[in-house]
Design a protein around this ligand. Structure first.
Ligand code: NAD
Length: 311
């Protein structure tokens, strides 16, 4: 019997992404794609999910109530990396597999990191001569999907690449021509640029503090495309106050942005809002990955990207 995949998005995927998702489903005659886009009333989601076998969402809330309403549901795929908008416990109780689509926006994020670095070293292109990235060193703080993409681009720029990630085998970094280091302190004191890619965890929140930042080389720049909460903002302010050479580029606006920019704006680059994953390609990649993963789940039992426990 044909399986229904519902795409339920308060904030829809781009048109091009939906077209590609439809194409992916069309190759599999046993599957049908249904769309619930721009819904504003939770009841619309509760109604639409009733006969869905698979569900694709973005930042939409998949609560216990939604899962209760979805009598046939076997799998939920989040188009994106995070999944704290889904009640994982309820999904596990109901035998529903929840997946994310990691890595689909990593290239977009890493290109943004380089965009920020270039802006900083060229002084925002306002007429003042700058410097180049070639021959400089970059320290990748966390060697996951985004960190690996940054390494790939850094090779193209002719940079010396270092990385710190206690959870990744050093041989993986070495295979990418990346020099692994043993501590954050070593990374921060070695490199001209630090590109942050750590997740927000108990261990990492507020962990980028003055003690660590003060180890950075003269003229070094910190680039944050990771999370707002990993930065200790008091430490960041102190760093700006004490180090007239320090630069900061961030996709995550700090609470103290205005304070910093009042005196040190020329040493910063802040995106207007979180823009890391905001490309047409990332949107298409995430949508197509979600569809493909759901089809593979039904056809092959593939649970590679499962994020919740099994019952
Ligand atoms: N700016 C944006 O729009 C945007 C988009 C996507 C992801 N992100 C953020 O970027 C970060 C990285 O994303 P990703 O896709 O590479 O994630 P990922 O899960 O692929 O990689 C995370 C890496 O962090 C490492 N890590 C975990 N704790 C660490 C610690 N204490 N010290 C060092 N390394 C540690 C893990 O081993 C892993 O390799 C996340 O915080 C994510 O939320 C931001």
């Amino acid at each position: 019997m044909s399986k229904t995949i519902l795409v339920a998005t308060e904030k829809p995927f781009a048109k091009a992404a939906i077209e590609r998702m439809k194409e992916a489903v069309a190759k599999n005659p046993d599957f049908e794609l249904k769309l619930l886009e721009n819904y504003t009333d939770k009841q619309d989601l509760l109604d639409a999910v009733k006969d869905a076998d698979g569900l694709i969402i973005r930042s939409d809330k998949v609560t216990r109530e939604v899962l209760d309403a979805a009598k046939n549901l076997k799998v939920v795929a989040r188009g994106g990396a995070g999944y704290d908008n889904i009640d994982l416990e309820a999904a596990t109780e109901k035998g529903i597999c929840v997946m994310n689509t990691p890595g689909q926006n990593s290239n977009a994020v890493s290109e943004l990191a380089f965009g920020m670095m270039l802006n900083l070293v060229r002084h925002h292109y306002v007429g003042k001569p700058g410097t180049e990235l070639r021959g400089k060193s970059i320290g990748i703080h966390a060697y996951g999907n985004a960190g690996k993409c940054v390494a790939r681009l850094a090779r193209g720029f002719g940079m010396d690449i270092y990385a710190y990630d206690p959870y990744v085998d050093k041989s993986i970094m070495e295979a990418d021509d990346v020099t692994p280091v043993d501590s954050r302190e070593e990374l921060y004191s070695t490199c001209d640029f630090i590109s942050l890619h750590i997740p927000g965890t108990k261990e990492t929140v507020n962990s980028i503090n003055y003690e660590l930042l003060s180890k950075m080389k003269p003229g070094a720049a910190l680039i944050n495309t990771a999370r707002k909460e990993v930065i200790d903002e008091d430490g960041l302010k102190k760093m700006f106050a004490e180090r007239p050479d320090f630069c900061y580029g961030s996709d995550l606006t700090p609470d103290c942005k205005d304070e910093i920019c009042a005196t040190c704006g020329d040493r910063t680059f802040f995106t207007a809002k979180k823009m890391g994953a905001q490309t047409a390609e990332a949107n298409i990649n995430a949508g197509v990955a979600a569809v493909t993963q759901i089809i593979d789940f039904f056809k092959k039992g593939d649970e590679t990207f499962r994020v919740n426990k099994k019952a």
